[in-house]
Each structure stands twice: as structure tokens, then as C-alpha cells.
Design a protein around this ligand. Structure first.
Ligand code: GLA
Ligand code: ZN
Length: 660
């Protein structure tokens, strides 16, 4: 298993390099990522390339058996490039061009920037294609970060019009799709079509959605420009990119993942107050973008910080977060960064080593795990997470909700997470999938808030239910077509008959308003089951009522229904609810679909499984600060300690078992 660090030798005197390599090897590291922001070092002036320093750095690493992932440096262009071609600088939604001096400040559509990109990537690829230490590439860095997903420059305007011409074929079709009769926007020439600049009023929703799609495609195309060069010159190397999570929803990540060998991502738990469920959700999303295992290319190894500093990872956190990533399908862990830099914008983003480069607590924790992985990593790599429950994430829907959230406190990712967390707490693995995935391998498919509903998506879900599957839909399903127009028929639009229900009325609630939910079979619950944010009053057309509202003018009206259709069932949840209500719903879904939790554990103890064929590796992680008792199903062996465990065993705080 690869286990490494993001290393910037160019930030340190060359005399230090052998010490770094030695200390890395001592910590069990066998990989570094290099060069991803080193363009000016590699091409100090136009077309003069200098790889000698990087070659020497790699030599020291190679002497210690450390392999290399090279980053292409296109997230931070040299000053000389921007001085010669200021038009490559990105333009913001308010029409202002950004300035040089940060990163991610260029337009990826710019033909000039693409020209320089091609040149540096070709030069690097040609130089390193046969290097025995180099195993793969990370393209650029965090596409879309720092509000860079969309650019509003002249080049983008022109490219957008071409994109629209290819999509719609004719202006008539475009005018119809966007409803340009509204406010007299009918276009008679492609040159008349504007970009959705930020203004006091929102742009046409059809235009806005297409611009998000276009901009996402533009990022994907910029990545592909580099992928193609690397595939041609370095056929034996892998190609990846480091994605983001924590609710980032500016680029279609299924599309971005398609051209890569695998997805990588950057995990900084402390930025989200290290909520283990959030971290699990992040890993699950990342695994979903390609439906495959992934790498963590930047794993937090010290306190994050730019101008102010976040809390330190507590003893045991770095190792526990790393094992949690592995538990969810990570096949490599790479820490950001090897040593905290003494200069530049990230002086306070702490790495494994502090500014002074001496080994301390965090180094020894990384080392402990490095030694463990040297023993057992080989048994884990490549094993797969097999979930029986799928959660559909749809990028058109995400984009449309970014444009019109419907309710000020609605967020699509956060909403999906409500369901995810209910399964997470029961140790039931979930996959994130697109609606176009093969649904047959799942016993239960959740499609919450599938707002933009195409006829193809509706047909797929219908076929899945017909053959015996269970699908859950909820609020705002089918409210929009693919042009971001509101559906004409009663909601939930194309799946109304599948759900056996229509939405009589919807009610967008104010921030502190809640509505009691009354379940059909009452249970004694210590916590109130409540709806908030959004309530739809349902009119069953054949569906059975599971839950009713217990307040507001729709008191007594249906809130949740279930409909038998073909050999399967469609559940419709008309409200956004609090956690106890989702817990209740998910218990019902689990018992009706026969999906079993991996293990029953106390709160704060997470369980996942990875499968090597028929062989199961059970990961048990104690995220709490106290010992936890876990009852095991039989005798199991912990790979980490070799201990045999059975009955009720005690897992120490922040500790992990990998049971076989
Ligand atoms: C991101 C980037 C890194 C670095 C870290 C810390 O995830 O990928 O280059 O900037 O954050 O800020
Ligand atoms: Zn642009």
C-alpha cells in the first residue's frame, strides 16, 4: 500500500533533502507527491526547462525506496506568463478580472493558457516517462477551488455560444428551452447570448444551468488536454486529480472522474470539526464519483491554518482518520504536508513536521501507522466496499439547486447527508451513484430531492421498481425538466404514477418553524419527530399513507406514502425531517428490504467492510475518547495486533480493529 507525503523540496535547502528522505523511510513512507506548484522552477523562462533540481530530489528519495507522483503545475502559473498574456487571468461573475498573486487565477478555456499548459505538461512527461521512480501523475490541483469553477471572460463567452450551438442546433430550440419570451429575451443571433453575470436579479434559470454545465465541461476538457498528453507519453503511469468534498458542488465530479484512472481527494477533518459522519459521507461521495476505490492525496497531518490556526489533531486522530479513509475504500494515504513551510501563504498549514523539521508527536503517530501498513497494507489494497443501499447524487440537480435553493436553508448535499447519517449510525454501507448506474445490485435506492428529472432517469427508476426494487423519493422530485423549467404536470411529475401520489401543495417553511410528524404505527420515542424547511401536502392516488402532519393548516394530511408498483415499492417522503424521523424511516426501510447492519455498536463506533472476493475485512473504529464495548458475532482476528477476539470486546479510545 502506498503511504506518503506531499513534499516540496524546492522550499528547503538541498543539504536537507537526504535527511528528509531518510526520515520519511524511517516513518514507513514509500511515496511522495512532488512539483505540483513548481512551474517557475521547471520553466524559469519561456521554453527553458530545468528538471535538474527535481531529478536530484528524486534521486535522494529513490535511494530510500520512495516512489513519486508528479503534479502538473498548472494551478499556479509563472508571473512571466501572466505578464506576457494578462488575458489568461480569470474574470469573476461581477465582470472583474482577477489579479496575479494567488493561485487558480487563470481561465482554463483561454487558448493561450492551454498552449502553455500543453508545453509544460509535454516537457515534464517527456522527461519523466521512463524514470523508474515515477509511477503516476496528479493533474493540476483542486479544480474549482477558490471560486474558480466558472470564468466570465471573452474567451468563455465565445466558447459558451459554441457549446450552446452544438447542444441546441438552432436558436429556435434554445429560445423554446429557456423560455426567452419572458422579459423579451428572444435571441436572433448567437452573439446576442450573454453570460449569467451576477446582478441584482438572477439570470434566466435555463441560461444559468447551461452555463454551469458548460463551465464544468470546460474544466473536464482542460483536464483531458493533460490526460491525453500523459496517456500518449507515459502509458505506464496512472493519472489522477485531487478532488474536494465537504459540500463542494461546482463541477460535475462524475464527468471529471471519467478520464482518470482513479479519483484522489484532500481530507482536512479539522475544517469541519472532525465529525466522523461527515468524514464518512465525504469518503462515500468520493468513492461514488468513479464507483471505485480512491486515494487520499492530502490527509491532514497537523493543524490547518492560513491567517488563523485551527485546533491540532488530537493524539490518535491522524491515524484514526487515515484508517477511516481506508475503511471506506482508500488504497493510499498521502499526508499534507511533509514539513510546515516557513514562507508563503500557507506558513500556518501544519504538516507532519513543524517548521523546525524535528520529529515530534505527529511524526511518531504517522510512523506507527507506517509500520503497521508495511505489515498488513498488502492485504487491504484493492479490496472493495460492497453496499446494498444506494443514494443517488445528480449533478444537474445540484447545479439547479445552487441556482435556486427553493428554501434559504436547503442544501442538496446536506439533505442527502440526512439519509446517509441514518444508515451510517446503523453501520449500513451506502454507495453514492448517478441515476444512470446499474441499479440491480442494490436492494434499496434512495433518490432524495431528484429535482431535475429527465425522462430517462424516471424510466430507469420505474424499471428498477417494476422488477422488485424499492426506491425512496422525496421533496421537490421532478419539479424541473432538464432545461430548468418547472414541470407542468402535478408533482412529482414523471414519477407521480410510480409513487401513486400527487403533491397538492408545498409549503416552504421559515427558519424556526417545525411541524410534528405522526407515524402510522405510533412508537414511544423520547424525541419528537418533526418536519422543517419544506412540507408537501400529499394526495394519495393509490399509495398507502405512512406518516401524517400533526400541525399547520394541513394537520392530518399525508406526509409520507408508500406505493406498490410492479414487483417493488416506491416511497414518497413529502417533508424534510429531523434526525429521529429519518432514523424511524430508515428502520422501516431496512426491515422491509432485509438489509442487515454489519454490526450493532455503541454511538461513536463506526463499522465498515471491504471485501477481497469472499474474504471480508471488518473495520471497527472508535471515534470517541472512551473505551467502547462491542459484541462480536463470533471469533475474529484483528490484523493489526494478531489478537483473537470474541464475545464482548473492548476497543480503546481512537483505536481500530481490522477483523478477519
Ligand atoms: C488544498 C490544496 C493544497 C494546500 C492545502 C492547504 O487542499 O490542495 O495545495 O493548499 O489545501 O491549504
Ligand atoms: Zn474565461
Amino acid at each position: 500500500m502506498y503511504y506518503g507525503a506531499d513534499y516540496y523540496p524546492e522550499h528547503w535547502p538541498e543539504e536537507r533533502w537526504p535527511t528528509d528522505a531518510e526520515m520519511m523511510a524511517e516513518a514507513g513512507l514509500n511515496l511522495v507527491r512532488l512539483a505540483e506548484f513548481a512551474w517557475t522552477r521547471l520553466e524559469p523562462e519561456p521554453e527553458r526547462f530545468d528538471f535538474a533540481w527535481l531529478d536530484r530530489a528524486i534521486e535522494h528519495l529513490a535511494a530510500r525506496g520512495i516512489r513519486v507522483v508528479l503534479g502538473t503545475p498548472t494551478a499556479a502559473p509563472p508571473a512571466w506568463l501572466v505578464r506576457q498574456h494578462p488575458e489568461v487571468l480569470r474574470v469573476r461573475a461581477d465582470g472583474r478580472r482577477v489579479h496575479y498573486g494567488h493561485r487558480r487565477n487563470v481561465c482554463l478555456v483561454s487558448p493561450v493558457y492551454r498552449h502553455y499548459t500543453t508545453r509544460i505538461v509535454r516537457a515534464m512527461a517527456a522527461h519523466y516517462r521512463d524514470h523508474p521512480s515515477v509511477i503516476g501523475w496528479q493533474i493540476d490541483n483542486e479544480f474549482g477551488c477558490h471560486d474558480s469553477a466558472r470564468c466570465y471572460c471573452e474567451a468563455c463567452q465565445e466558447a459558451f455560444r459554441e457549446w450552446l450551438a452544438a447542444r441546441y442546433g438552432s436558436l429556435d430550440a434554445l429560445n423554446r428551452a429557456w423560455g426567452t419570451d419572458f422579459w423579451s429575451h428572444t435571441y436572433r443571433a448567437w452573439e446576442e447570448i450573454p453570460l449569467p453575470y451576477a446582478d441584482a436579479l438572477p439570470a434566466n434559470p435555463g441560461l444559468a444551468l447551461d452555463y454551469r454545465r458548460f463551465a464544468s465541461d470546460a474544466n473536464v476538457a482542460f483536464q483531458r488536454l493533460q490526460v491525453d498528453i500523459l496517456r500518449e507519453l507515459c502509458p505506464s503511469h496512472f493519472v489522477t486529480h485531487n478532488f474536494m468534498a465537504n459540500g463542494f458542488q461546482e463541477l460535475n465530479y462524475y464527468d471529471l472522474a471519467r478520464d482518470l484512472d482513479f479519483v484522489s481527494w484532500d481530507n482536512y477533518p479539522d475544517l469541519r470539526r472532525s465529525d466522523p459522519a461527515q468524514l464518512a459521507f465525504n469518503h462515500t461521495c468520493i468513492r461514488g464519483w468513479k464507483g471505485a476505490n480512491f486515494w487520499v492525496m492530502e490527509e491532514e497531518s497537523g493543524a490547518p491554518g492560513t491567517t488563523v490556526i485551527s485546533p491540532n489533531p488530537r493524539p490518535g486522530d491522524i491515524r484514526l482518520w487515515s484508517y477511516q479513509a481506508i475503511a471506506h475504500g482508500a488504497d493510499a494515504i498521502v499526508y499534507f504536508r511533509w514539513r510546515t513551510c516557513t514562507f508563503g501563504a500557507e506558513q500556518y498549514w501544519h504538516g507532519i513536521l513543524d517548521h523546525d523539521g524535528r520529529p515530534r508527536r505527529r511524526y511518531y503517530e504517522v510512523q506507527r501507522m507506517g509500520r503497521e501498513l508495511q505489515r498488513i497494507g498488502g492485504q487491504i489494497v484493492g479490496s472493495e466496499v460492497n453496499a446494498q443501499v444506494a443514494l443517488i447524487f445528480d449533478w444537474d440537480t445540484a447545479f439547479a439547486f445552487q441556482i435556486q435553493p427553493n428554501n434559504a436553508s436547503f442544501d442538496y448535499f446536506e439533505h442527502l447527508k440526512r439519509y446517509f447519517v441514518a444508515f451510517y449510525r446503523r453501520n449500513v454501507p451506502v454507495d453514492i451513484i448517478p441515476w444512470s448506474a446499474d441499479l440491480r445490485r442494490y436492494r434499496l435506492v434512495l433518490a432524495p430531492a431528484l429535482y431535475v428529472l429527465s425522462p430517462e432517469a424516471a424510466a430507469r427508476l420505474r424499471a428498477y421498481v417494476e422488477k422488485g426494487g424499492t426506491v425512496l423519493f422525496d421533496v421537490r422530485t421532478g419539479a424541473k425538466d432538464v432545461y430548468n423549467r418547472v414541470a407542468e404536470g402535478p408533482l412529482p411529475g414523471l414519477v407521480a404514477d410510480l409513487c401513486g401520489v400527487t403533491v397538492d401543495e408545498y409549503d416552504s417553511l421559515g427558519p424556526d418553524v417545525t411541524v410534528p410528524l405522526v407515524f402510522d404505527a405510533p412508537i414511544v420515542s423520547p424525541q419528537k419527530l418533526l418536519a422543517h424547511t419544506w412540507c408537501e401536502v400529499l394526495a394519495p392516488q393509490g399509495a398507502k399513507v405512512l406518516v401524517r402532519y400533526g400541525g399547520q393548516y394541513y394537520c392530518g394530511q399525508p406526509a409520507v406514502t408508500v406505493n406498490c408498483y410492479g414487483k417493488g415499492r416506491a416511497v414518497y417522503v413529502g417533508a424534510i425531517a429531523n434526525a429521529p424521523a429519518y432514523d424511524r424511516l430508515v428502520d422501516e426501510l431496512l426491515s422491509s428490504t432485509g438489509v442487515q447492519p454489519l454490526l450493532d455498536t455503541p454511538p461513536g463506533v463506526e463499522v465498515t467492510a471491504r471485501w477481497q472476493g469472499q474474504k471480508r475485512l471488518l473495520f471497527v473504529l472508535n471515534h470517541t475518547g472512551t473505551p467502547q464495548s462491542v459484541s462480536l458475532p463470533g471469533e475474529l482476528q484483528d490484523l493489526l495486533t494478531g489478537q483473537r477476539l470474541s464475545g464482548t470486546a473492548v476497543l480503546p479510545p481512537k483505536e481500530v480493529w481490522i477483523l478477519v
